[in-house]
Write a protein that binds this ligand. Structure first.
Ligand code: ZN
Length: 136
């Protein structure tokens, strides 16, 4: 599905994240020294202070940790979708991502809802990881 929503500007530290997403993989940073997974990208490991990190694929499965409904229109492309949910997803592997949820009825969204990653086309070269309810 091609969306006319704004294409996110990709900060340099997230280039590996979006390169993986383009190929349909969700990746987070892993500390090379102690193995701690983290997201968003940071230059220092909060556990061992190592600056050595790499990107590693995760399952894309998790659950809703928290959410709120956005009622404000900050960009015209989103006007038809207000209110939309801003969701914090806790991945099975531990890190939390702030994201949007797709294909989810308003009364279906709750803390603890099982979700999985899906990739939304935001332009010829950008696929944005989003989440949807896991129904399997
Ligand atoms: Zn570490």
């Amino acid at each position: 599905m091609m969306s006319d929503k704004i294409i996110p500007t990709i900060p340099p530290e997230l280039e590996p994240f979006f390169a993986a997403a383009k190929e349909g993989r969700l990746e987070v940073q892993r500390c090379v020294s102690c193995g701690t997974l983290r997201f968003p990208a940071r230059s220092l490991c909060a556990t061992c202070l190592s600056t050595q990190s790499e990107w590693t694929p995760v399952s894309g499965r998790g659950e809703v940790y928290s959410f709120f409904w956005m009622h404000q229109v900050y960009h015209p492309a989103f006007a038809a979708e207000v209110p939309y949910a801003v969701v914090v997803v806790q991945l099975e592997e531990g890190p939390r991502l702030t994201t949007n949820i797709l294909d989810c009825a308003k009364d279906e969204l709750r803390v603890g809802l099982p979700v999985e990653v899906t990739f939304e086309e935001r332009g010829p070269d950008v696929r944005l990881p989003q989440f949807r309810p896991r129904r399997a």
